[in-house]
Design a protein around this ligand. Structure first.
Ligand code: COA
Length: 300
């Protein structure tokens, strides 16, 4: 779909780039000639992902171990990146989510998600954006025709209609949508564009284990999606590469939903779980907490 040197000269930070959607987008950027930086909480997982990507495609992938909930750590990482070579793109992919009846959430459970998705995404975006703006000002300002820097944030279709059973995520992702639209106008004059992408179900381990625990990944989409299938990773990779490239710089401030039409047809959210029994919720929680514990054990 793209020329193999489409992203030559680009340097892109992908948060949560060691696994799942983030890893797949990183890999496509690398294939298209970009230098890539990935960050996340599990340094060993990131190092291994970087090693495999460079083995398979050559090029440069740097890995930083940090928690985006820590604003100081985020700023220190972004400073280190920019001192070496400024970024041209940012993909806000890191997130946390799990299904739960809202009345069963503790304040710490709400904070665990809101601190990653709502606060963390802002910390990273502002740490990168202020350096872009500073460099632009020092260079005498940005003018039409000059290259632009691009931010793409992963959101969800339920920023449009809300969703039961994932309320901290729905609230936080709606905040990212508001950030995208707000900064598209505030930073457009500095040569920065921001868009958000809400993918439907593209099965990954982190997502399937926390949002459809115990189910065959993709089964719901095969039954209910208008296109009778889940999304393919290559579709997100291509959309991300397009948004990171300079091929359509006038596109900014947009929320792009890529879900085979599912949210238009079925709401695309977790309303169908209203029929779950207490036992089903108990079982789901046990599976989710086991996955959380496995992830925690891999953090430094
Ligand atoms: N139902 C209700 N509460 C839950 C829960 C569940 N299924 N899973 C976790 N919690 C609660 C915990 O009990 C804890 O609250 P408490 O201290 O009051 O008991 C709180 O959430 C924080 O859990 P903890 O595991 O300590 O958080 P963490 O910071 O280690 O992990 C998460 C953050 C919970 C968001 C975890 O799911 C995560 O790291 N996710 C990242 C990857 C991801 O979610 N990917 C999928 C995106 S679709």
């Amino acid at each position: 779909m793209f020329q193999s040197d489409l992203l030559n000269g680009h340097r892109i930070l992908v948060t949560g780039g060691g696994t799942g959607l983030g890893r797949a987008m990183s890999e496509r950027f690398l294939q298209l000639g970009a230098r890539v930086v990935i960050c996340g909480r599990r340094k060993a997982v990131l190092d291994e992902a970087a090693r495999q990507m460079m083995r398979d495609h050559g090029g440069e992938v740097k890995a930083f171990g940090l928690d985006i909930r820590d604003a100081q750590a985020v700023d220190a990482m972004v400073e280190e990146i920019f001192v070496e070579r400024p970024l041209t793109g940012l993909v806000n992919n890191a997130a946390g989510n799990f299904i739960s009846p809202t009345e069963a959430l503790s304040s710490r459970a709400f904070d665990a998600i809101a601190n990653i998705v709502f606060h963390g995404t802002f910390y990273v975006t502002n740490a990168v954006g202020k350096r872009w703006i500073d460099a632009t000002r020092r260079a005498g300002g940005w003018k039409p025709g000059m290259p632009m820097n691009s931010v793409m944030s992963i959101i969800v279709t339920w920023v449009e209609n809300g969703s039961p059973f994932v309320v901290p995520s729905a609230m936080s992702k709606a905040g990212i949508a508001a950030m995208t639209r707000s900064l598209a106008t505030e930073w457009g004059g500095y040569g920065v564009r921001l868009n958000a992408v809400g993918p439907g179900e593209i099965p990954t381990e982190g997502m399937s284990k926390r949002l459809n625990p115990g189910e065959d990944p993709g089964a719901r989409s095969r039954q209910n999606n208008p296109m009778r299938r889940p999304g393919d990773m290559s579709e997100l990779q291509n959309l991300a590469a397009f948004l990171m490239s300079g091929g359509c710089d006038w596109l900014t401030g947009q929320l792009i939903f890529m879900d085979g039409g599912n949210y238009l047809a079925n709401g695309g959210n977790f309303y169908p779980l209203r029929d779950w029994t207490d036992d089903q919720w108990r079982e789901a929680r046990e599976r989710i907490e086991a996955q959380n514990a496995r992830d925690r054990a891999q953090r430094g």
